[in-house]
Design a protein around this ligand. Structure first.
Ligand SMILES: [Zn+2]
Length: 497
């Protein structure tokens, strides 16, 4: 299979093009109605078929049978001439030579009628790479285009084209293939080549190609070339692509969420030991997480842990570039991240210890005025219910935040702890503070002070309601116990999750 599949299965007719349903029918119809423009601009990401469709256009506007059947016949004298590299179809790659000479030649020859074909076609690939002079020369031609020519420019960066050019072209925006479109094309090719790949394998190729038809077909070529027989397994695909099993990715994300540094290190080592590319692995994780984060955000959720991991990987990708031993650098970054996390836990522990000792002091030295008001749990529940009631329709997010906050009330102060800075910022807004004040007034009959702190351990407000008989201090001591084991990552994981 000397020929790569991308070239072998390049569509030669509009009907064979996968994807681009928003472009192809319009182009086809315009040719059938004889309304061909003098200049087209095909914009879009690489590998989505711009040049392929430009070549189809070149034939379709010339083919003698197109008007009758709506299809390129590939047999008439014009089609045959184009198949044999007609001088009337001129392809230029602006990326390789910036185009000054070529465009000048175009300007000088553009008024001559086609040598043989009905229309002379100029296909300019990577049009944004043309120099200013080349654009100027081209502009002169576009201002007064002769009847017999069609310019088709293709670019990945339309914004780099001068406005004077953009205003004189008919623009079409191409898009990357969807999973369904790419898989359909790949299935057709594998079947024609006599191979079998299951849908999971095809999905992996789609993901690795990012929706580029060209890239997906190049990957398929690579997989077929390295496959031992005609039955291609998901594992064959993974090996050929140098990517890891999705299960390992899921496991890794799980380890991160559980803050299991040992498992993270072991997982990265095993990828590296099994000839996997650790950087590719991180890229896969990033891809899976970005999908999850998008899904979550649609439901109004935000997983901060996933966001942390995404940021960590993005930072890592540029950090590891210059190092040969990438695994060590990656391990160190994870260690650094978790040691920062551990510091946050320690500071929360200090806060909790202080609260507990205040409580103990108040019990033993009864002569001193007690700082803690022994509020009945039922009162805290009604305070929370009041908060939720008042927030409804005013601050819709407040309810959720309250349910993930730790709320304590002292003589003259409401103390609210939440693990996330942005939740605290939300609760500090004037509208939210008013709600806290009004709820306090309604339940306790007086205005109270308000303080916020970042904590790592959340005792959901709902839990307090369920076990009203449990004294508050016990719960705090219980939290402290959990945090005391924070030196050992694995036991912290078991306790907290
Ligand atoms: Zn033809």
């Amino acid at each position: 299979m000397a020929e790569v599949l991308y070239r072998k299965y390049r569509p030669i007719n509009f009907s064979e093009v996968e994807g681009q349903e928003h472009v192809v029918p319009i182009l086809k119809e315009s040719i059938l109605q004889g309304k061909v423009s003098h200049a087209y601009l095909f914009c879009g990401p690489r590998g989505c078929g711009k040049t392929t469709i430009a070549r189809i256009m070149a034939k379709a506007v010339n083919c003698k049978n197109f008007q009758k059947t709506g299809d390129i016949c590939n047999e008439c004298e014009y089609c045959t001439a184009i198949n044999n590299s007609s001088v009337d179809v001129i392809e230029m790659d602006a990326a390789s030579n910036r185009g000054i000479e070529e465009i000048r030649a175009v300007r000088d020859t553009v008024n001559f009628v086609p040598n043989f074909l009905a229309k002379k076609i100029y296909i300019i690939d990577e049009a944004h790479m043309l120099t200013k002079e080349a654009f100027n020369a081209l502009l002169k031609t576009l201002e007064e285009p002769p009847e017999h020519i069609v310019f088709i420019m293709a670019t990945t960066e339309a914004h780099k084209l001068p406005v004077t050019i953009l205003s004189r072209v008919t623009r079409f925006d191409f898009k990357l293939g969807t999973e369904k479109e790419v898989i359909k094309k790949l299935s057709k090719i594998t079947k024609a080549e006599g191979y079998k790949i299951d849908t999971d394998g095809l999905k992996l190729i789609y993901k690795a190609s990012g929706g580029s038809f060209r890239d997906s077909e190049s990957l398929l070529t690579k997989i077929i070339l390295t496959s031992a027989d005609n039955e291609i397994t998901t594992e064959d695909v993974l090996n050929a692509l140098g990517i890891s099993d999705l299960k390992l990715v899921e496991e890794f994300i799980e380890y991160f969420q559980k803050e299991d540094l040992n498992a993270i290190t072991a997982s990265l080592k095993s990828i590296s030991d099994n000839d996997g590319n650790v950087v590719n692995f991180l890229e896969q994780i990033l891809q899976v997480m970005s999908e999850r984060l998008v899904e979550d955000s649609k439901k109004g959720l935000l997983n901060n842990k996933l966001l942390d991991l995404a940021n960590l990987i993005i930072g890592l990708k540029s950090d590891v570039r210059d190092f040969n031993d990438k695994l060590t650098v990656i391990n160190l970054e994870f260690l650094k991240y978790f040691s920062k996390e551990a510091k946050t836990i320690t500071s929360t522990e200090t806060i909790i210890t202080q609260v507990v000792s205040t409580k103990e002091t108040s019990k033993s030295a009864s002569a001193e005025p007690s700082k803690i008001v022994e509020l009945k749990p039922a009162e805290i529940s009604s305070f929370i219910s009041k908060l939720i009631e008042l927030s409804e329709g005013v601050l819709p997010r407040l309810k959720g935040i309250i349910n993930t906050s730790k709320i304590e009330i002292e003589t003259s102060e409401i103390k609210i702890g939440n693990p996330y800075k942005f939740n605290i910022a939300y609760m500090s807004k004037k509208e939210a503070r008013d709600i806290f004040m009004n709820a306090a007034e309604s339940v306790y009959g007086k205005k109270l002070g308000l303080s916020f702190s970042i904590i790592s351990d959340v005792v959901p407000a709902a839990t307090k309601k369920e076990s009203p008989e449990k004294p508050n201090s016990d719960k705090i001591v219980e939290s402290k116990k959990k945090l005391d084991r924070s030196q050992d990552n694995s036991s912290l994981v078991e306790e907290l999750f």
